[in-house]
Design a binder for this molecule. Structure first.
Ligand code: IPE
Ligand code: IPE
Ligand code: MG
Length: 264
């Protein structure tokens, strides 16, 4: 498993294109409502945007694209919307997997999958296995995902794996158990739909991510809108706790003293 730098321990190398983009795809319902269509029509249209985003990220050399598709709180929605969303997820998996595979995309699903229908769980396993060797773009779909769930499942698995350490853990101990341990932390976070909140998405991993909010609704978010987000990201000064003067002087700055890890 790759061992990526953590933004609180090291300063990640700057890149011309964000390596990892994480997106809250919001505004499907409002897009449909504006057109006097049922909410589901917005979700369907939203799948087309996903397709276009994958293509755009492949073209731009983005290595990781992570999409929030269904939060652990979305079960609170009306039963018929939840079940239509599940059906759409199944259909999209079945229809897109061959094309994703052909384009060198690795698909991963993160979240508590145990609440899903066994048939959907099986489809997810098959899609992940089929694309496991692909390296062009890692597309991660967060489904029944919650940032708090993620941290707690990681804590519980860590405690089960090392009961002898009696609960004295460091960040380095916890990170391999987090759902996104296979990816570097997101460089750029995008939320469409006008809301400016994290809604229990990647709470741990967004520690130093650049946040970008846009009023564009997800079904109308296109490659030009993606470029605007990347452009905004490129104009940011990512200080990771240092001063501007340190950055201008080309000094990397000192890293914090290493945590006293129990593995050390
Ligand atoms: C995001 O769009 C998709 C999911 C949460 C599944 P919404 O369905 O939240 O759309 P709005 O926010 O009601 O417009
Ligand atoms: C966040 O959108 C979750 C997803 C896009 C999957 P919501 O529409 O559920 O978020 P809130 O309820 O407005 O915070
Ligand atoms: Mg919403």
């Amino acid at each position: 498993m790759p061992n990526f730098t953590s933004s609180t321990r090291d300063v990640p190398a700057a890149a011309a294109v964000p390596r990892h983009i994480a997106v809250i795809m919001d505004g499907n319902g409002r897009w449909a409502k504006k057109r006097f269509l049922p909410r589901f029509a917005g979700h369907k249209k939203g799948v087309e945007t996903v397709r276009a985003m994958v293509k755009a990220c492949l073209e731009r050399g983005v290595e990781y694209l992570t999409l929030f598709a269904f939060s652990s709180e979305n079960w609170r929605r009306p039963q018929d919307e939840v079940s239509l969303l599940m059906q759409l997820f199944v259909k999209a998996l079945q229809q897109e997997i061959v094309k994703l595979h052909r384009n060198g995309v690795r698909l991963r699903i993160v979240g508590d999958l145990t609440r899903f229908d066994p048939k959907l769980q099986q489809l997810i396993r098959e899609a992940e296995e089929k694309t496991a060797g692909n390296q062009k773009l890692c597309l991660t779909v967060a489904a029944n995902y919650g940032g708090r769930w993620d941290i707690m499942q990681a804590v519980n698995r860590l405690a089960a794996a090392h009961p002898e350490q009696g609960g004295r853990w460091s960040e380095t101990d916890l990170e391999p158990f987090l759902a996104m341990s296979f990816a570097p932390e997101p460089d750029l976070f995008i939320r469409t739909g006008g809301e400016e909140r994290i809604s229990n998405f990647l709470l741990w991993q967004l520690a130093y991510t650049e946040l970008y909010f846009t009023d564009a609704l997800w079904p109308e978010f296109d490659s030009a809108a993606l470029d605007a987000a990347i452009g905004s990201y490129l104009r940011r000064e990512r200080r990771f706790g240092r001063t501007s003067e340190q950055l201008l002087g080309g000094s990397a700055g000192g890293n914090p003293p290493p945590e006293s890890s129990l593995h050390a």
